[in-house]
Design a protein around this ligand. Structure first.
Ligand code: ADP
Ligand code: ADP
Ligand code: ZN
Length: 214
């Protein structure tokens, strides 16, 4: 089963993708994570993407589609993919169809996380992750059970993203509205879109997604 989690920055895509990985053995394919890894490693893609990401704008369609294609090639055919933060434009949606077809795969569900924009800035500016395993946390909504210790791996170092500040979030929300939200009708025509109330608690959102995936 291959699915897309769609929603603006801070909607909870990464949080839910990590749970689906743990509970269903699916694989999260986050172009944001792939790009951050490329920036950190200083690859040619990373060098191109760094400044664009810091501004909150979108990197080129070719770059992200190539990253996704490479990950799918490396992944077993029987492992379900969770596309998180991809596709973000009509061109990327078209590329994804081609890429999936070339791997003998197809989309089963597009799950839109519906959220109130006013809540997103607070979600994003309070977000942090474990530096060792990448588990996601929030200053107010999801503190580690033991303060300063990662629930998943016991790590004690955490990090925050340079683009998780209010100004950049506003740009990222505008990009979502202008370029990403308009791709939903493509999937609606295929009858594969489901909507989930992303303002509910993390557990409730997981429950709603479970009900959709069956
Ligand atoms: P996205 O991947 O869509 O940008 P994240 O999953 O990283 O979003 O979530 C953004 C922040 O909000 C994180 O700090 C996360 O812990 C928190 N969060 C995610 N889902 C919820 C929720 N349903 N209620 C409250 N906080 C949430
Ligand atoms: P969010 O928490 O906003 O969902 P991501 O981690 O998905 O953030 O993306 C962070 C940044 O990486 C984006 O603001 C953008 O610059 C770049 N990026 C990630 N995925 C894509 C994509 N599919 N197309 C273009 N740019 C992307
Ligand atoms: Zn950890």
């Amino acid at each position: 089963m291959d699915i897309i989690l769609l929603g603006p920055p801070g909607a909870g895509k990464g949080t839910q993708a990590q749970r689906l990985e743990q509970q269903r053995g699916m694989r999260q394919l986050s172009t944001g994570d792939m790009l951050r890894a490329a920036v950190k490693a200083g690859t040619p893609v990373g060098l191109k993407a760094k400044a664009v990401m810091e501004r909150g704008e979108l990197v080129s369609d070719e770059i992200v589609s190539e990253l996704i294609d490479a990950e799918l090639t490396a992944m077993g055919a029987s492992t379900g993919a969770i596309f998180d933060g991809y596709p973000r434009t009509a061109a990327q949606a078209a590329s994804l169809d081609e890429i999936l077809a070339s791997h003998g795969r197809s989309l089963d569900h597009v799950i839109e996380l519906e959220v109130d924009e006013d809540a997103l800035v607070e979600r994003i500016t309070g977000r942090f992750t474990c530096a060792s395993c990448g588990a996601g946390y929030h200053d107010t909504f999801k503190q580690p059970v033991v303060e300063g210790v990662c629930d998943s791996c016991g790590g004690t170092e955490f990090k925050r993203r340079p683009d998780d500040n209010e100004e950049t979030v506003r740009t990222r929300m505008a990009e979502y509205r202008a370029k990403t939200a308009p791709i939903l009708p493509i999937y609606e025509e295929r009858g594969i879109v489901s909507r989930v109330d992303g303002m509910a608690s993390i557990d409730e959102v997981t429950g709603a997604i479970d009900a959709i995936l069956g």
